[in-house]
Design a protein around this ligand. Sequence first.
Ligand code: PLP
Ligand code: SF4
Length: 353
Amino acid sequence: MDSKEETEKLLDKFSVDRSDIDRVVKRYPMRVNPYFLSLIDREGDAIWKQCIPDIRELEDEDGLIDPLNEEGDSPVPGLTHRYPDRVLFLVSNRCAMYCRFCTRKRRVGDPFKEITMEQILRGVEYIKEHTEVRDVILSGGDPLLLNDNELEFILRELRKIRHLEIIRIGTRVPCTLPQRITPILCDILKKYHPLYINIHFNHPREITSESRKACEMLANAGIPLGSQTVLLKGVNDDPDVVKELMQKLLRMRVRPYYIFQCDLTKGTKHFRTPIKDGLKIIENLRGHTSGLCVPHYVIDAPGGGGKIPISPNYVVDQNKKEIILKNYQGGIYKYPKGPVSRGMSPKISIKEG
Ligand SMILES: *Cc1c(COP(=O)(O)O)cnc(C)c1O
Ligand code: SF4
């Protein structure tokens, strides 16, 4: 289905301003598949905001085209080698839907930026030549938008590389098109262990019986599942919404991995949230719910320095001998920095909060 047909279908269901959408899709493509569309309850809700073009995408003067300088750290097209031992490998530029806040807005869905098999083979060759690479992250676009044969070909080629220890797939498909997770696909994936899948979920309402089923099938294929979430204004910038999402992910054997501060991507300014809101979200998780569902809150450094963790301050003060800590309830604890020495107060913690 092309963008135009999809706009038509959307117009049938909701009263949207077609001229605005038309203007935006000239620059940034739109794709909303029927499944994801069916999750929209009403105009402007958390699902809508993620997938329906907004005129503000064209009004962002400050954003960066390639905020993480992925092209700059790219020794061969489509492959980013930024960290010492792992590479990001873009194998598709298509997705099951185009998220309006996407960091790779510059390339996803652009028919002129399709990734060719030749380019993929060059990437495989690069990994082969670089024995320090022990971890590859297949990304895109969405690797699971490749067909089974294409995907298996890439996995098979990668598995021939002796120094490559793990393969990861970053995908939004279990969330945006769970029907793509078939028994045949799972049978393919499980031949290439150790294989990890990291899924992208942003809102509890994305967790449906279909997405649960998809995650169950993948987990039953022995694939450890992680997730990432992007903080988005009006979608999930709310501690209780995020807590519900994290708990629901854990129940379907998805271990929350990262919460991202929204990148400074051109066309996404209206989604950006203050850092302090992100810190509040983390504070509302740590200690208050299973540690297993507390992800790392990170900022991907603009210009390409990698992911930098940020955390609420649990160390409130320190001197030569002690650090002063705050627990999740606000209680204050004094703790020796090294071995407890004579003369130090035997009471090493004080609770105030
Ligand atoms: C996120 C990312 C990775 C993987 O980082 P981890 O912290 O190991 O998950 C690798 N390369 C690039 C360029 C990335 O953006
Ligand atoms: S699924 Fe990922 S790569 Fe694709 S549009 Fe959404 S955020 Fe971008």
